[in-house]
Design a protein around this ligand. Sequence first.
Ligand SMILES: NC(=O)c1ccc[n+]([C@@H]2O[C@H](COP(=O)([O-])OP(=O)(O)OC[C@H]3O[C@@H](n4cnc5c(N)ncnc54)[C@H](O)[C@@H]3O)[C@@H](O)[C@H]2O)c1
Length: 242
Amino acid sequence: MKIAVLGAAGRMGKMLTSLAPSLGLEVVARVDIADGFDREWPAETEGVVDFSFHAAVPASIARAAIMGIPYVLGTTGLTPEEQEAVDEAASKIPVVQSGNYSLGVNLLLELVKRSAAALGAGYDIEVVEMHHRHKKDAPSGTALMLAKSAAEGRGIDFDANAIYGRHGEPGERSSDEIAIHALRGGSVIGDHTVVFAGDLERIELCHKAQSREAFAAGALAAIKWAADKPPRKYTMRDVLGF
Ligand SMILES: NC(=O)c1ccc[n+]([C@@H]2O[C@H](COP(=O)([O-])OP(=O)(O)OC[C@H]3O[C@@H](n4cnc5c(N)ncnc54)[C@H](O)[C@@H]3O)[C@@H](O)[C@H]2O)c1
């Protein structure tokens, strides 16, 4: 399968292009705004893997939709308007979108949902994430997915209960609020902890990425999986089958 990697000069892009051949994928375009990279992908391209920048996504995915080729979207931090462009493209082509392509995080999403359902309202839920100093968006797409899974398990509306950090005098926490905290520093690839804090005990479910290869391998598996799927939006959980 011939693929284009978008954001090819970046941390994820480099990992994707170096890993692709070992998975039977031929990278026919290394697209990036950086010097020495391709500005677009050729007509022979059979799939697109996008780990670039959120503002670039609408134009790229619209082009893939015109060509009728599958799209794996790893780029995070999309605005609501940019997300709309993704959803519109998914009516024409298969689009896999995930804030995290690792096996471990996708399993963790399920564990968090089940834990929130089992523990109930007596356990306060907080999400803490840490990433390297270069990360541009906050909180991470993964932290948002984990918080949404927790809300789903608890049976509460995510948007009505999510808060992003605390400062000043926010007052006592409400039972259902889910606070998300973003730490930045050093070279941390991606750490996520979901805390369930009760009066008598505390449970922490934690994932630490040790290599970007965990995300790249998942994203490349996703583009192969999407090749023969009908137009729709899919998640990495669809790809993994859970
Ligand atoms: N879903 C996941 O599993 C996952 C994992 C890691 C990172 N990410 C996300 O992937 C994205 C990239 O992460 P990164 O750490 O590789 O960042 P990075 O900054 O190292 O790389 C991004 C690259 O995109 C390029 N770029 C910017 N605008 C562009 C445009 N208009 N067209 C083409 N390329 C453009 C930049 O020049 C840069 O080389 C971020 O949104 C990040 O949050 C997702």
